[in-house]
Design a protein around this ligand. Structure first.
Ligand code: NAG
Ligand code: NAG
Ligand code: NAG
Ligand code: NAG
Ligand code: NAG
Length: 836
């Protein structure tokens, strides 16, 4: 059983050499655990009718459902390349009448960055499956104002009715058939005029934020009939921004007496009090807000009261999240949208806002009384020592747009920040002991944007370059790292590489968002510690990096300063012979050799990256995405392009076009299927449609390794690396859903020795011309090849990783298994580390 799937796959390959249609192979996909979320959580919504039903939405990584054990389950992992904008969730509604019904308003950007209109995703099974109802306009799940809300709401008396507030001046929309069809509410008087930055014409900040939230007043109606009174908040500044209907949406008026200075972020009804609480900020969020207020609107008396918790010099932020305790009317909480210094702030009142207590206060400056104990055990990297470059060292957080008290449990609360979900289960201690437990409670949420991944042949299985978090050494795939990359500490690392002959030597580059000017860092201990590369200029950042085989030369295709190179940390010098948009790679064996590709031209350097010369052509491609190199064979390179995949075995002098690959993005080479065989090749590519594929025969045949439940979002945005120690294992770094790793399902991953580290002297080459237009050169290691090369044999003192080989006839490698695994005899020739 263990090898069944593999044998089937190989049999398929062996019997159908002419067939290029890819078969599928079943894979098991899991997140590499970073833990703690890792990005902005703009919305958390509890169902008011069914205990324990709650959801969180993220801006680039989809939505999640809360599990009973406080972990979260992803709901939108099926989103594939065609549906990548599903991961931008602009609003979420859980049905108060039939809690099985869930609605997500999805779409990433209203500008050209997202070519697709938005849609309402409709689920009748708590998010296990969805159907999409297309909208005739775009949504902005990752746009300004995404924490306002919720702009989508279900009528609590007649749940076939929904309202949705659009961006971009598209107004208020209504559905009367459970979200299937939508029509604009023509009578609604305002579409919202506020634009965060009107001069940012085609950028992120140049569009109207639009309708901010829709709040039904359930008590105004009766079950089975449309709720008459609905409040709608609109992103208007200096003009009416809260509107109300008393006839189910036929006619609307601005609520009299309202504050028109700021933007309304949330409108939350406290039903027993007959009060609408509104938070205001002077910016749309999530990053801004330097002034704001909290108002309560007494629905009975139609009067507004300013209940802002602080004033004067103490008021240097706007307000975001608003929570009401449904079990204790009058108990409310509000969050500062962004109190950037010294930390975020939350206020709690038990008397409807007459008086407030803060989450922390100054004792004698600069000492703070923190009315909480802090726990980041689920994401140790998160704090309190976590230094966010832009946000500073914080515990409570920032970008606090969502703040919720469980409607069934006054002790259970959650709030979203720019980095995680915090909360706890002893909230009422705020009022008694005046000290609550604050925990990162985002376990299961992985919403990082991955910029680069490496899986070196020795050391930790994986290292990542990550947007906003810098990056990590992943010593374990299933436990959160204790720290991110520090010293130097950057918000974003844009790429990472290792030296082929000294794979504990690592280089990473940053995007320049720190006070540290130089954006190149070097490690000689697999990323545990780093030193600044003082040869780096202060004015270059970002881009991609390649480390020479011996780890002494850094080739850096910067974000906007062209291609630079430096040996021995000497000052970087320009490499004008390589285009500034080139994909780059280092040879993993020969310290002098680097590769580049741009447009349809491949480039080779044999002088340590100082000069490149144009070599072979990549057909008629107009953009080269990625160059990867066989880690064991100098000059054996693969290039992915907009028209397909190209392979060269002569350092790019000539290329063969891989038949059947219509377009390819990230590619990677990993442990071969058979000892000494050609590395397994992985590609994010369009072969049988856009997906993730593996080839065990250097591109002649492919198996699709992703399935309908795992789409990985935008293919062109993702990064790949493959495990050199475990056959079949591939890592996919996504733009918003963290890192996944996939193993062949049904079989514990088989460990195969690394690819030959010397070149082809012990190999024979057989050229096959099986497919009409393909002249693939495959390598078969001859049966007489010896494995005498000490560098290719596993280190005897090493520990074998999970599912790695740990014994068997002729085995000279490690016999000790990694923690959590035990060595099990599979057959006389193969002992394997299996879970203990
Ligand atoms: C209503 O929506 C359904 C599903 O989205 C669609 O098939 C149908 O054509 C729509 N009806 C109208 C009248 O637009
Ligand atoms: C709202 O106003 C009514 C009428 O003045 C008053 O009786 C009620 O107490 C007010 N509610 C709150 C929560 O202040
Ligand atoms: C709350 O409890 C924590 C942990 O015991 C403690 O560090 C903190 O000082 C307490 N806060 C106050 C204000 O007493
Ligand atoms: C960056 O700084 C170097 C000197 O360190 C200088 O030669 C170069 O012109 C600068 N580049 C830009 C784009 O400012
Ligand atoms: C590395 O490549 C250079 C340039 O092709 C070549 O001159 C040199 O002999 C190679 N070194 C080794 C050790 O193969």
């Amino acid at each position: 059983m263990l090898y069944h799937n593999l044998l089937v796959a190989l049999a398929t390959i062996a019997t159908s050499p002419f067939v290029h249609a890819a078969t599928s192979q079943s894979y098991t996909w899991k997140n590499v655990k970073i833990g703690g979320g890792g990005g902005f959580v703009p919305g958390i919504v509890f169902n008011p009718s069914e205990k324990g039903v709650a959801y969180a939405r993220t801006d680039i990584g989809g939505a999640y459902k809360l599990n009973a054990d406080d972990t979260w389950a992803p709901l939108l992992d099926f989103a594939d390349d065609a549906r990548w904008n599903y991961w931008g969730v602009d609003a979420l509604a859980t049905d108060p009448v039939q809690p099985n019904r869930l609605y997500l308003a999805t779409g990433m950007y209203t500008n050209s960055w997202d070519p697709n209109n938005g849609q309402i995703l409709i689920s009748t099974d708590y998010g296990k499956s969805f159907t999409a109802s297309p909208l005739p306009f775009k949504l902005g799940g990752n746009m300004p104002g995404r924490g306002m809300g919720e702009r989508l709401a279900v009528d609590p008396n007649n749940n076939g009715i929904l309202f949705f507030g659009a961006r971009s001046g598209r107004g208020l929309w209504k559905s009367t058939n459970f979200g299937a069809n939508w029509t604009q509410v023509a009578s609604f008087p305002s579409t919202g005029t506020y634009i965060p930055d009107p001069s940012d014409t085609n950028g992120l900040n140049g569009d109207k934020v639009g309708i901010a939230w829709v709040t039904f007043d359930k008590a105004s109606g009766t079950s089975g009939k449309a709720t008459p009174r609905i409040f709608v908040g609109v992103a208007n500044k200096g003009a009416n921004n809260v509107f109300v209907t008393n006839d189910g949406g036929s006619t609307w008026t601005a609520v009299a007496g309202q504050n028109t200075v700021y933007l309304p972020h949330k409108g939350v009804i406290s039903p027993a009090e007959r009060v609408l609480y509104v938070s205001y900020a002077d910016g749309a969020g999530p990053y801004d807000g330097t002034l704001g207020s909290i108002y309560k609107y007494n629905i009975t008396s139609s009067t507004w009261t300013d209940i802002t918790p602080v004033s004067g010099g103490d008021l240097y932020f706007g307000f975001g999240g608003v929570a009401v305790d449904l079990q204790h009317p009058g108990t409310i909480m509000v969050a500062a949208l962004n109190s950037w210094w010294p930390d975020g702030q939350i206020f709690r009142s038990t008397n409807g806002g007459s008086t407030w207590t803060p989450f922390w206060s100054w004792t004698s400056y600069p000492d703070m009384a923190k009315y909480y104990s802090y726990s980041n055990t689920l994401a140790p990297w998160l704090g309190p020592n976590y230094v966010d470059v832009t946000a500073g060292n914080k515990q409570i957080g920032w970008m606090m747009e969502s703040l919720e008290i469980d409607p069934f449990d006054s002790n259970h609360w959650l709030y979203g920040t720019g980095a995680t979900i915090y909360g706890g289960r002893d909230l009422t201690k705020w009022d008694s002991a005046r000290n609550v437990t604050l925990k990162s409670l985002a376990d299961g949420i992985e919403e990082t944007s991955i910029q680069g991944l490496i899986a070196p042949p020795t050391g930790p299985p994986l290292l990542s370059a990550v947007g906003d978090l810098g990056g990590f050494v992943h010593n374990s795939l299933s436990a959160p790292p204790s720290t991110g990359f520090i010293n130097p500490t950057w918000a974003t690392s844009s790429d990472i590489d290792y030296a082929g002959n000294k794979p504990t030597n690592i280089v990473r580059v940053g995007t320049g968002d720190s006070s540290t000017g130089k954006q190149v860092a070097l490690s000689t201990d697999s990323g545990a510690t780093w030193s600044q590369d003082y040869g780096a200029p202060d004015n270059a950042s970002g881009g991609k990096v390649a480390f020479s085989a011996d780890g002494d030369t850094v080739l850096w295709r910067t974000g906007s300063s062209g291609v630079l190179v430096s040996q021995f940390t000497n000052p970087f010098t320009a490499v004008p012979s390589l285009p500034s948009n080139a994909a780059i790679a280092s040879d993993k064996k020969n310290n002098s050799v680097f590769y580049g590709a741009s447009g349809s031209t491949f480039y080779l350097s044999t002088d340590g990256g100082k000069t490149f010369s144009a070599k072979g052509k990549l057909g008629s491609s107009t953009s080269a995405a990625k160059v990867v190199v066989n880690p064991g064979v100098t000059g054996d390179v693969w290039v992915s392009t907009d028209i397909g995949l190209f392979h060269s075995t002569d350092s790019g002098t000539s290329f063969t076009t891989i038949t059947g690959v219509k377009q390819a993005w990230a590619i990677a080479l990993g442990a071969p299927a058979k000892t000494g065989g050609y590395p397994a090749l992985y590609a994010a590519a369009n072969i049988d449609g856009i997906g993730y594929y593996r080839s065990d025969d250097a591109g002649v045949t492919w198996v699709k390794v992703n399935d309908a439940a795992h789409g990985f979002g935008s293919a062109s945005a993702n990064v790949l690396t493959a495990d050199l120690r475990t056959y079949g294992r591939v890592y996919i770094g996504t733009n918003g859903r963290g890192i996944f790793y996939g193993d062949i399902a049904g079989a514990a991953p088989t460990s195969t020795p690394p690819t030959p580290t010397s070149s082809t002297s012990t190999s024979t080459r057989t050229s096959t011309t099986l497919a009409p237009t393909t002249t693939i050169t495959t390598r078969t290691t001859s049966s007489t090849s010896t494995r005498s090369s000490t560098s290719s044999a596993p280190t005897p003192t090493a520990v074998s990783p999970g599912y790695g080989q740990c014994g068997g006839g002729g085995w000279t490698g490690p016999t000790v298994c990694a923690s959590g695994f035990t060595c099990s005899v599979q057959n006389p020739y193969y002992w394997q580390c299996v879970p203990a």
